[in-house]
Ligand binder design. Structure first.
Ligand SMILES: NC(=O)c1ccc[n+]([C@@H]2O[C@H](COP(=O)([O-])OP(=O)(O)OC[C@H]3O[C@@H](n4cnc5c(N)ncnc54)[C@H](OP(=O)(O)O)[C@@H]3O)[C@@H](O)[C@H]2O)c1
Length: 265
């Protein structure tokens, strides 16, 4: 974990911005080195009261006080916010976008010449210090700037530096991943409830199972299928329940959901 002192601005502090803020502060970032923005003054006031950071609705002011500027606004606001902060950033500042589908080239075209840009795709698990951030520093980033951005995200978890063209294929697993794990957890808790187990007890069991399974998965080099087989003795209830999942094409549905373009607009 990085211990380097750096000033940080989170422009937009909603679901993801607040998760990163929470994780980074717990990871040792000094609140006095942090600026946050939101659209409404009420939201800014609530955040500054909760976290003792500096806050404003003025993105340019926040950006001018930071070396690392994290754009955590909804993607449709990105262009406007970049225009607001253009010319207001410090020498050597790095602008980090979290917006899916907005390329480094898009960003660099909107930034004044020479301002460094990076693209990051974090996970909401940052809020509990177990984040996983896919990071691509732009070619405009020096090694020291890229390390500073890495250090910021490492305060709330792991960082994986990837090529920009890997974002599209990796982010459904990493950034979107908690949604699928929660989907399964929710279904398991529901199964418990159907059999009369109180939901809070079922949740406790499922949480321990997910935590233990993740620790086992990390510790063991066997294939994942082999680990599953260890839990499923031939002819036993476990293997027959997995057979039911296969008959319902759950595995195929998961592969399909995570690889095909999602339905809707
Ligand atoms: N949520 C995730 O799991 C996730 C995962 C990976 C990446 N991301 C990315 O993270 C970014 C933020 O997503 P989110 O889920 O955190 O969105 P969100 O919950 O809607 O939060 C957006 C925040 O931006 C603020 N905001 C909007 N326009 C602004 C402006 N012009 N200036 C300053 N602040 C402004 C909002 O302020 P108010 O609260 O005052 O309205 C709000 O605090 C997006 O690019 C998204 O793709 C999200």
């Amino acid at each position: 974990m990085s211990t380097a002192r750096d000033t940080v601005a989170f422009l937009g502090t909603g679901t993801m911005g607040e998760a990163l803020l929470t994780g980074a502060l717990a990871g040792g970032l000094d609140p006095d080195d942090v600026w946050i923005t939101a659209r409404s003054q009420e939201h800014v006031d609530a955040l500054t009261a909760s976290y003792a950071v500096h806050g404003t609705t003025d993105n340019a002011t926040a950006a001018s006080n930071a070396r690392l500027v994290v754009l955590a606004v909804p993607p449709e606001h990105l262009t406007d916010v970049l225009a607001e902060i253009a010319g207001q950033t410090q020498d050597g500042a790095v602008i980090v976008s979290l917006a899916d589908g907005i390329t480094l080239a898009d960003m660099e075209a909107l930034l004044p010449h020479g301002v460094a840009a990076a693209r990051a795709m974090p996970s909401l698990t940052a809020r509990v210090g177990h984040g996983l951030t896919l990071l691509t520093p732009g070619s405009s980033c020096s090694d020291a700037q890229a390390d500073a951005v890495t250090g910021l995200f490492e305060r709330s978890g792991r960082v994986l530096r990837i090529a920009e063209d890997q974002h599209e294929v990796l982010s459904p697993l990493s950034s979107g991943g908690p949604a699928y794990v929660f989907y399964l957890a929710d279904a398991m808790i529901e199964a418990g409830a159907v059999r009369g187990i109180p939901r809070d007890l079922a949740r406790e069991l499922v949480t321990e199972v997910i935590t233990g399974s993740a620790a086992w998965l990390r510790a063991d080099t066997d294939e994942v299928a082999t680990l599953r087989e260890k839990v499923c003795a031939p002819g036993g209830t476990g293997v027959r329940r997995i057979a039911t999942l296969d008959r319902l094409a759950v595995r195929a549905a998961v592969v399909s959901a995570l690889t095909q373009a999602p339905e809707g607009p």
